[in-house]
Design a protein around this ligand. Sequence first.
Ligand SMILES: Nc1nc2c(ncn2[C@@H]2O[C@H](COP(=O)(O)OP(=O)(O)OP(=O)(O)O)[C@@H](O)[C@H]2O)c(=O)[nH]1
Ligand SMILES: [Mg+2]
Length: 429
Amino acid sequence: MRHADTIVAPITPPGVGAVASVRISGPEAFSIAREIFDGLPASPMTHHAYYGHFTHGDEGLMLVFQDGHGYTGEPAVEAMIHGSPASVRLLVEAALGAGARMAEPGEFTLRAFLNGTMDLSQAEAVRDTVEAQTDLQLRFANAQRSGALRSSVRAMRAQLLAALAAVEAHVDFEEELGPLDRGMVQDVADHVAREIEGWLSTERAGQVVRHGLRIALIGEPNAGKSSLLNALLGRDRAIVTPIAGTTRDTIEESVILGGIPCVLIDTAGLRETDDPIEVLGVARAQAAAANADAVWYLHDATRTPTPTPDCDLLLLTKADLVSPDAPVESGLSISAVTGQGLNRLHAWVAAQAEVAPDRACLIDARHAPLLRLALTGLNLVESTIEHDLPDDLLSVGLREAHAHLGEVIGENAAADMLTSIFSSFCIGK
Ligand SMILES: Nc1nc2c(ncn2[C@@H]2O[C@H](COP(=O)(O)OP(=O)(O)OP(=O)(O)O)[C@@H](O)[C@H]2O)c(=O)[nH]1
Ligand SMILES: [Mg+2]
């Protein structure tokens, strides 16, 4: 798709820096660049930088991307100037005066998608890449940006399309072609379903990497919840005393555990009580447990074991007070005093985001529901074969799976869907 207008925006963050960059993209990018900059030759080479002076009073470099190259896939330049807010503003104003229009948030990437330099899953991964805060977020975003999901989806769609063509040919020309090879259709449906299930098995890890984990620390009074919070934070955040019922309100703190951004929620110890303040605290603790992604139940290992309520991980606290010969209960022994076992808590969190080393991961919440819809189409194919129903039902199922997979990569994407996806980008992306 060719765009009629030329857009401009800073592509570096606002504020003071050594260097700032402004991108101009569209059919008039070079002529506008020439009006505001004196260093561009008559036939600039793509991926080359030219030095010169800008009419607004700065000097710097102009990077050139010829049509079909560069980020947006259309003629574009990127000016590198001094990172002064005034210089950036004046350069953008000069470009606007020369006929450019201010770019909307995400509009450069929208053009890249519409010009075919990337599919929708890669465009989403661009957003995830620039927003990545942790190593894992960056690694998974990079895998998706390099096209891991795209190539898998395209291969699946090609197989579905081949099966669909065979089915439709038999529906239309049954007499000439004889009966359909349903075994072939079944094989394609099985194979694609397995591939989709492989992706869906990474959904939780992807969500954990993207959004992190909210972990509620739950247990009886004095179990050591606040001490564990402090030990994992590495600072004295919550009040710790030997008095049972010290913590009343919930206390939330962010911390990176095992490379994953976590929110730890310290809570009031669970017990029957007449103290009206503590009653409210216990209710908050129960609500925190219900709303968390994971519940760690802490039990004081120096006390007799009690039935453990439903939880994701049982922690036996105060391991430093327990003789090494004491019978070992099932659960992870930790000590907030000596730090014993804390590294295993980091490992437990990291394991929540684990996928096979050669696997990319579903990181965008938009993708898993579409993949599940595609699976529904494949289920229709399988039940049609199983119950020996007519061939047209095979077409319906294959078509459905093909279309929903297409939505993942933005095939035939509706304008309003694109608007909603790209509006979540920042200016200049
Ligand atoms: N030796 C030892 N003492 C600990 C450890 N963890 C906690 N304690 C002690 O146990 C007592 C209770 O600790 P807290 O962290 O306040 O327990 P809590 O679960 O937050 O208690 P509430 O807020 O009352 O529900 C304090 O005296 C702590 O010093 C540990 O690992 N080793
Ligand atoms: Mg406490």
